[in-house]
Design a binder for this molecule. Structure first.
Ligand code: SAM
Length: 223
């Protein structure tokens, strides 16, 4: 998840306290708040869209025209992916459980056409169900512990419209990794494949040149 190991360490300390207090997500708000005061770094903020998202559009130029289509980014964080989608013409919604993340992304993109919302993946508005032609899940599911994985997977999957695409981007799980250790709690191959249900079918999994990151593509059958 990282840019620097000290940023990762800080995030891991906050996450450990949050989990000990019974919340898998409270630490995100604390981290964005501390980053806003200049007291922490957001380790996943690359300052640009995820390279595996940009690459997907380059490889699928027919998908890069968003006009007339909808997109959503769960756990949007710094907003680089959502801004890319909007720049391609997608009517884009993006949400995060951390209010400060949304405040910061709105402040950074004052004229953005993106509909930024504070929302919890586990309490999605009913109107979002099956409403999006493109769903970009980048590192949000892996940022939550494994015991909420099934619910998180189901919630992300529920956003894809008939005929829609779901991209799942995350870090490759090293063979010797302790599954209990995190964040991030990187997805196993089986957990990646679990997005392929309820009419969504896995199209393929691509791994970057370094073998560090993957992008899985799913498509929901048209009705
Ligand atoms: C590892 S960051 C990834 C951010 C962004 N997707 C990216 O690729 O840069 C995970 C993000 O998901 C958000 N998040 C975690 N749990 C969430 C939940 N239950 N509902 C909505 N957002 C959540 C966090 O606040 C954080 O911004």
């Amino acid at each position: 998840m990282s840019q620097t190991s000290s940023a990762d360490d800080h995030a891991q300390d906050l996450a450990a306290e949050s989990l000990a207090g019974g919340s898998p997500t409270a630490w995100f708000e604390e981290l964005y708040d501390a980053a806003g005061r200049g007291e922490a770094e957001v380790p996943w903020d690359r300052g640009a869209p995820h390279p595996l998202l940009s690459e997907w559009f380059a490889q699928h130029p027919e998908e890069a025209t968003g006009h007339g289509r909808t997109a959503i980014v769960p756990g949007v964080g710094p907003g680089h992916d959502s801004e890319l989608l909007a720049s391609l013409g997608f009517r884009t919604t993006a949400f995060d459980v951390a209010p400060t993340a949304i405040d910061q992304v709105l402040a950074a993109h004052l004229d953005s056409p993106v509909d930024y919302r504070v929302a919890d993946l586990f309490e999605l508005p009913a109107a979002w169900r099956g409403a999006f032609d493109l769903v970009v899940e980048s590192m949000t599911v892996q940022s939550m512990p494994r015991d909420v994985r099934e619910a998180a997977t189901l919630a992300v999957r529920s956003l894809a419209a008939p005929g829609g695409v779901l991209l799942v981007i995350g870090g490759v799980l090293p063979a010797d990794h302790d599954l209990a250790e995190g964040p991030p709690w990187r997805l196993t191959r089986q957990e990646i494949e679990a997005f392929g249900a309820d009419g969504l079918a896995l199209q393929g999994i691509d791994v970057d040149r370094e073998g560090n990151r993957y992008r899985a593509e799913f498509r929901r059958a048209r009705r």
